[in-house]
Design a protein around this ligand. Structure first.
Ligand SMILES: Nc1ncnc2c1ncn2[C@@H]1O[C@H](COP(=O)(O)OP(=O)(O)OP(=O)(O)O)[C@@H](O)[C@H]1O
Length: 836
């Protein structure tokens, strides 16, 4: 049962005056408030301690100041072992500071900071853990030691006598803090003219706490805050204790005082299995003397100058629940060094320590049986992982888990975790500004889509708009908004390079595992139990750009699969889906298909189209209207798309060339002169052609003009001979025949290159690094086994020394390839079309 006691003791030190010490907590041995008894007991204990200190100062050996400083400075607190230490981290502070074997320093309580302020160790090096167990032995005298650097070594015989109901751990919440610490406020009392903050909000009147929070951020919903606060009051033992402290403080006349408090925690449970602390295990201590750390604490908040925090020990199990109250609403305790692995078979702890990595891996794992507040913590989750905004990463905090890159081994569904990170990023972006910039067409499309998402209408939209009408801008704004609200939004595009323009974008084929040879009744290549299926069950919306260039079977396969895995017969399993693109741009590829077959492959001929709501954008946001020729050209392109004619008459503003040489010298002037082809020169121009044959001819001639030595690279020209293969088959395909093949997506058999020439990548190698199908690069170095390239047009301008195999020369391009290029590409390029 909880109890509260308040007592008066004599304050020690120059500022001594009568002051109250308060213990708010649960005494297992005390079931009723015992005010009088405790006052005398505590006073006696403190007197006994002072006496022992005096005696021991005179008699014990002195610790070497330099030694102490050197050793303790060099090591972080939790790595230092004193005395008969067990590993190489030993800091031999001296023969006289003895700790039983394998006694790590986190069990020694250092009142000052652990780094440059180790000089203060004297006041505060305490060894305390279960002193009673060992005090029958001679070592016990040493084990319960008190080191005072510069003053000598002090030893306590038995601390249990000194402190009543001594908890195993304590948190000093009496000082200020920085972003990474248990932020409990400068002191328990609110300063005049200041709002309550952090733990003060719990300690003080909940109603005023609500008001303060609401004042700070008026967008927060008061009813939600109230629910959170009431829930925390019910379920969080720390909050409960703070409130008890508040009740006591309310009665005491100490408003003018700076009053620190210490949070005590004691538990023998295995917190990997029993992670919720009980009221019995937690106590808040408001000590009589607040001017100095009173020892007996392993988290120390230290004032530097103007109330700046200096250090805190993250190893304390209460660190996480106090810092991230909403991630650990039940006060679930964090890792501490004594945690052991659990023997599941025999249902008892093993002797093997549980590492921090193991513990955090456990916490980050999504379980079906447990609702993970951590993984749904939005911005807090990122802070939990990244520890703040100061550019620091977890690597700066050794006690925290370091395995972020290897999440798949740690977290259940890495796909969902990736989306959680996108949500966190979205929460940091100023989405409202982008929403404010939407033109009226974009805005009404935005409203319709967001309404479907928020009201779970599951509408399928088609965002129809010509080039530059701001489709991508709108997709990203919608995705940001929904992710910011904590929804999962899957963004895909039909081509790799277009997917780079979408926040978190991937290709549709890889995201949905669409079969390469997609047929009328195809389904996607993942099972109902897969992590993809789990992701799509959690997904609120899909945004799919450039759909018109995809065969309708691809979209239908995704629709069919989503209905199945979501057990919902509605289109796309009832999810809001935004398909988009421009049917005037690129239609699906049907190998050797005639016009009718191509049109038939289009999404508009799909049964799905009937249920699709079309939203149209018409204002060209890319157009630079200062030059009227731009508008004329844009109108001409629209005309070609909307009013197709067999013969297209080019506007007079478009120049004409007589032959390929004239075309090349117009687009690439002085191509044969060394050093003319700079990256800028190459990124600003290209020649487009509708046919691959023409592209090859353009590249061949351009490369001949290009200065420098030519290197020839040959593709493999033999069939591989698998064991089970009919060997006679190789004879049926002579090398000459194999060399003559020019399959799409592969470089020609004989590839000629020169240093400095432009090249284009034909495969998605590392889209996130800008290496995807369509990335333009410049050849820097040509060697026998590897080449070096510089990306000249992609998401990054940088050198790449990987050995790329899938590229072609890039003076000329297929129209389709360049139409899929990103926005930057189109803006920078001087495009030249080759007419038939
Ligand atoms: N509301 C807006 N406010 C400011 N800039 C915008 C707005 N909408 C679009 N833009 C800008 O206009 C340009 C064209 O927009 P965007 O790339 O989104 O068009 P698109 O329809 O996706 O084009 P395409 O079909 O050619 O890919 C981009 O630079 C984009 O940032």
């Amino acid at each position: 049962m909880s109890w509260v006691r308040a007592e008066k003791i004599q304050r020690i030190g120059p500022m001594a005056r009568k002051r109250k010490a308060t213990y708010v907590g649960s005494g297992k041995e005390n079931s009723e408030p015992q005010v009088g008894k405790d006052i005398s007991k505590l006073a006696l204990a403190q007197r006994a301690r002072r006496e022992r200190e005096r005696n021991l100062k005179q008699s014990t050996a002195r610790i070497s100041e330099q030694h102490l400083l050197r050793d303790t400075r060099a090591q972080p607190l939790h790595e230092i072992y004193i005395g008969a230490a067990r590993d190489e981290h030993c800091a031999n502070i001296g023969n006289n500071v003895h700790i039983r074997e394998a006694q790590p320093l986190h069990e020694i309580y250092i009142g000052a900071a652990r780094d440059e302020h180790c000089a203060n160790i004297g006041n505060n090096v305490h060894i305390r853990e279960d002193t009673q167990r060992a005090n029958a032995t001679p070592q016990a005298m040493h084990k319960s030691s008190y080191a005072d650097k510069g003053k000598g070594l002090l030893t306590y015989a038995n601390e249990k006598d000194t402190y009543l109901a001594q908890p195993l751990h304590e948190i000093d919440i009496g000082a200020a803090h920085d972003e990474h610490c248990v932020n409990i406020g400068n002191n328990v009392h609110i300063r005049e003219g200041k709002d309550a903050s952090y733990a003060q909000l719990y300690i003080y009147d909940p109603a005023s706490a609500l008001e303060v929070r609401n004042r700070r951020n008026q967008q927060l919903r008061k009813d939600v805050l109230q629910t959170i606060q009431e829930t925390l009051l019910q379920v969080n033992p720390f909050v409960d204790k703070f409130r008890q402290a508040y009740a006591i403080l309310d009665q005491l006349d100490i408003a003018e005082q700076t009053l620190p408090a210490h949070l005590h925690y004691s538990s023998s449970k295995d917190r990997r299995r029993y992670n919720l602390p009980t009221s019995d295990e937690i106590a808040v201590v408001i000590p009589g003397d607040g001017s100095k750390a009173s020892g007996m604490r392993d988290i120390v908040l230290h004032l530097r100058g103007d109330n700046q925090l200096m250090q805190i020990n993250e190893c304390h199990p209460a660190y996480l629940p106090l810092h991230y109250v909403l991630l650990f609403p039940y006060g679930e305790l964090g890792w501490e060094p004594e945690m052991k692995q659990w023997d599941v078979k025999n249902n008892r702890p093993t002797a093997v320590r549980l590492t921090q990595m193991e513990y955090y891996s456990h916490r980050l794992f999504e379980r079906r049986t447990e609702y993970s507040t951590i993984l749904r913590g939005g911005k807090l989750f990122q802070e939990f992982l990244m520890l703040g905004e100061t550019g620091k990463s977890l690597y700066d905090f050794p006690p925290m888990p370091q395995s972020i890159e290897n999440w798949s081994t740690v977290v259940g569904n890495r796909l969902i975790i990736e989306h959680r990170l996108l949500q966190i990023q979205a929460q940091q972006v100023d989405t409202e500004t982008n929403i404010g910039r939407l033109n009226s067409g974009q805005r009404s499309a935005y409203d319709a889509i967001i309404c479907s998402v928020l009201e779970n209408k599951g509408t399928t939209f088609f965002l129809n708009g010509g080039a530059g009408t701001g489709k991508t801008f709108l997709y990203n704004t919608i995705a940001q908004k929904c992710r910011g609200l904590g929804h999962i939004v899957v963004t895909v595009a039909s081509s790799g390079i277009a997917s780079l323009l979408l926040e978190g974008g991937r290709t549709a084929h890889s995201t949905f595992s669409i079969p390469l040879d997609v047929l009328e009744n195809s389904i996607c290549g993942f099972t109902k139990q897969s992590i993809q299926a789990e992701l799509f069950r959690e997904t609120k919306m899909i945004i799919w750009d450039e759909v018109p260039m995809q065969h309708k079977y691809c979209v239908e396969a995704v629709d069919r699969t989503l209905r199945d895995i979501r057990d919902n017969p509605k289109p796309f399993g009832g999810m809001t889906v935004v398909l988009g693109g421009d049917f005037r741009q690129i239609l699906p590829v049907v190998p050797k298909g005639v016009r009718e077959e191509i049109v038939n492959a289009s999404l508009r001929r799909s049964d799905l189209w009937d249920d699709i709501r079309v939203l149209t954008l018409s204002l060209n946001m890319r157009l630079n209207t200062i030059d009227p020729r731009n508008a004329d050209f844009a109108n001409f392109l629209m005309e070609v798309g909307t009013n197709p004619q067999e013969v297209v008459h080019l506007p007079t503003t478009i120049g004409r060339c007589q032959d390929l040489n004239e075309l090349l010298s117009t687009v690439y002037p002085q191509l044969g002169v060394a050093n003319v082809s700079t990256p800028t020169f190459l990124t600003e121009r290209t020649i487009l052609s509708a046919r691959n044959d023409d592209v090859n001819a353009i590249n061949c001639i351009a490369l001949t003009i290009f200065p420098g030595n030519s290197y020839t690279y040959l593709a493999a020209d033999k069939m591989s001979e698998d064991d089970g293969m009919d060997r006679s088959i190789t004879n049926r395909y002579p090398n000459e025949y194999l060399n003559s093949l020019d399959p799409t997506g592969l470089p020609p058999f004989k590839l000629q290159l020169k240093a400095g020439c432009p090249i284009i990548l034909l495969r998605n190698i590392a889209p996130k690094d800008g290496l995807c199908n369509g990335t333009r690069m410049m050849m820097i170095y040509l060697g026998r086994t590897h080449q070096r390239h510089s990306i000249i047009l992609g998401i990054a301008h940088r050198l790449s020394s990987i050995n790329l195999r899938f590229y072609g020369v890039g003076f000329g391009f297929n129209v389709r390839a360049v139409c899929e290029k990103n926005d930057a590409a189109r803006k920078m390029l001087t495009l030249v079309m080759k007419c038939q």
